[in-house]
Design a protein around this ligand. Structure first.
Ligand code: NAP
Length: 282
């Protein structure tokens, strides 16, 4: 697995596994645990979860999936904005660690910006880091102005990533947020990297250009969409897949190298932004 260096110096796999919608139904849990374990076997050892997903259910699923394999895993979780006070963040983290059956997170993120002052959340993140409960911290769904506010605060200079919606259909961050992060060597974690696999006509994976490029490489449109993100050296992609065939397909996207001609065709089919847009969120 290709690794990328975070501003803290620690390394993170560039392709991981999402867990949104996991842990919601008890009957699905064995299949979800098996999927996450297969993902680990395939080298997708970055697992992204959050206290929000299944209201703790996804973290429990992850906890079972990584039992006995914690050392292999780069584990990411997120705190709800309404819990993100100085004390609330620390308590939420402890609850997450318990559900995940581990004693540290590799990365802890503020899920999105809420009404709690950022300074409080950053202070809590620093306390958690000093205590060894988390190795690194970052943010999610932060637009450029949020990032500017955050790095000006104490502890803001230790933010190692911003996890945002980024895929071929959602390229708004290329206007300002992505270059800003690039200038500061802060990698972006791209969520919903395959736009949640829309099946309806007009959906991303139905795009004729995407299909044609995939056909040229004997690959699938999903793989091209992931390869497009991953050809950018500072992007981390976290597709969610419960289906074993999807996991294998996603992992193989790392071996797909797009040509300059492919990239130009993708720019025509999915044009980059020509003005500032508000950060899109799911
Ligand atoms: P996604 O990864 O773009 O799409 C997931 C959907 O795609 C699932 O229905 C999955 O089906 C399907 N899929 C996966 N691989 C496929 C393949 N090779 N071919 C066809 N379909 C495939 O969307 P997402 O779950 O929204 O985003 C990924 C992760 O990012 C989340 O799980 C979560 O961890 C994180 N996220 C974070 C935020 C945030 O606010 N920070 C927001 C959204 C998501 P199966 O499950 O049936 O395989």
């Amino acid at each position: 697995m290709r690794l990328l260096r975070l501003p803290s110096g620690r390394e993170i796999p560039v392709l991981g596994q999402g867990t949104w919608r996991m842990g919601e139904e008890r009957t699905q849990r064995p299949a979800e645990i098996a999927a996450l374990r297969l993902g680990l076997d395939l080298g997708m050892t970055l697992i992204d979860t959050a206290e929000m997903y299944g209201e703790g259910g996804a973290e429990e699923v992850v906890g079972e999936a990584i039992a006995g394999r914690r050392d292999e895993v780069f584990l990411v979780s997120k705190v709800y904005p309404h819990n993100a006070t100085r004390r609330g963040t620390v308590e939420a983290c402890k609850r997450s660690l318990k559900r995940l059956k581990t004693d540290y997170l590799d990365l802890y993120l503020l899920h999105w910006r809420g009404s709690v002052p950022l300074a409080e959340t950053l202070e809590a993140f620093q306390l958690l880091k000093k205590a060894g409960d988390i190795r690194d911290y970052g943010v999610s769904n932060f637009d450029l102005d949020d990032m500017e506010n955050a790095i000006a605060l104490r502890g803001g200079d230790e933010i190692v990533t911003n996890q945002v919606l980024y895929n071929l259909m959602q390229r708004g961050i290329e206007w300002d947020l992505l270059p800003w992060c690039r200038d500061r060597s802060i990698p972006i974690m791209a969520y919903s990297p395959i736009e949640q696999a829309p099946r309806e006509p007009g959906g991303m994976l139905q795009n004729p250009h995407l299909k044609a490029i995939a056909a040229r490489h004997n690959a699938t449109p999903t793989q091209v969409a992931l390869a497009w993100l991953l050809h950018q050296k500072d992007i981390i992609a976290i597709p969610k897949a419960s289906n074993p065939a999807h996991l294998r397909e996603n992992r193989a996207a790392l071996e797909l190298t797009l040509t300059n001609e492919d990239l130009a065709e993708l720019d025509l089919a999915f044009p980059p932004p020509h003005k500032k847009t508000t950060l899109a969120m799911r």
